[in-house]
Ligand binder design. Sequence first.
Ligand SMILES: *[C@@H]1O[C@H](CO)[C@@H](O)[C@H](O)[C@H]1NC(C)=O
Ligand SMILES: *[C@@H]1O[C@H](CO)[C@@H](O)[C@H](O)[C@H]1NC(C)=O
Ligand SMILES: *[C@@H]1O[C@H](CO)[C@@H](O)[C@H](O)[C@H]1NC(C)=O
Ligand SMILES: [Zn+2]
Length: 352
Amino acid sequence: MKWSMLLNRLFFCCIPLIVQCYKELPNESLRHLAKFTDPERLAVNGTLMKPLLVERVSGTSANIRVREYIVQHFEDLGWHVELDEFTDATPFGEKQFANIIVTQNPDKPSRLVLAAHYDSMYQPDFEFIGATDSAIPCGILMNIAETLDDLLSDGSIHYRQKDKTVQMIFFDGEEAFQQWGPTDSIYGARHLAEKWESSIVTHPKKVMKNRLDQMEVLVLLDLLGTPNAQFPNFYRSTSWLFYKLIGIENRLNNQSILKTVSSKTGERLISMFNPNSFLTFMGEAIGDDHVPFLTRGVNILHMIPHPFPSVWHNRGDNADCIDQAVVENLAVIFRTFAAEYLELDPLPHNEL
Ligand SMILES: *[C@@H]1O[C@H](CO)[C@@H](O)[C@H](O)[C@H]1NC(C)=O
Ligand SMILES: *[C@@H]1O[C@H](CO)[C@@H](O)[C@H](O)[C@H]1NC(C)=O
Ligand SMILES: *[C@@H]1O[C@H](CO)[C@@H](O)[C@H](O)[C@H]1NC(C)=O
Ligand SMILES: [Zn+2]
């Protein structure tokens, strides 16, 4: 991802507001969802995260091993798994890439799409792990899937939404090999957005022309896991979802579910969401995997902190910079967000 600061370039994009009802879960359901947190799964040396925290540069065998690990995780859950494999020219010659697309119940027409990139930056001078960039975001997505899977299973009384499901995209080739630019960066996202634009989708109940139309919103996670992260509210079209996240953080906090995080100002929880950042509604300022989807009219929720973590693209971005409490808080916030968006309630009998 690249901080390009193209603020002077006006960007016109017609993004329709997603019109839907969004129901907040009762306090008991929030507490129940929080119980699905298994700290061992979210620890940097734990069973879920550890295999992700390795060098995994696109086109290398280590990248393929991480890809296989992610694929296996979703095959074990019984999700539909698809690889978008392609080759592209890079400053170091032709390379092979593969995006991983996983979908729970692919027959449902509309998708909440959660995404992160699984490749790590090429760095010839030292071992670059990219824990925040984006091993931890990938692990958080895998954890959302494993913790919500029982509720999502088709026919479950917990799952009221008939037309909506969750899809996750693990992008390959996000990082530039040499220098960030239009042909050296976001290889996977560029390939997939173009491919999906020319796909054809028909659904008996819903008018949609291609797979981009199936994406109600693309939630892209990047640079997560360090304390003091502050997310700007980048887009008008998804501002209401940004405020839902603020509400979730407050409600989880009031239920004493979120953990305190040690920070410069002491042991207390500071909101991760900053609606008053100078980047408010400046979504075009930061280049990342969302851009090829944004330019094709997809609604974007970009969960990337600004300022970037101090370890960004340097040797410090490894397991040591990751704060376990932050990862657990993010996991429960995005798990709750996905549950509320999809109208999943772990305690449906409590509803009126
Ligand atoms: C949920 O908990 C909050 C804070 O503890 C409380 O103010 C609120 O009334 C509760 N909501 C319901 C529906 O009980
Ligand atoms: C991870 O490391 C912590 C301490 O650093 C240790 O207590 C824990 O047992 C380790 N877990 C695994 C799965 O190795
Ligand atoms: C929850 O806590 C926040 C502060 O963290 C407070 O502003 C808000 O009013 C509380 N909400 C409820 C329902 O208690
Ligand atoms: Zn990066």
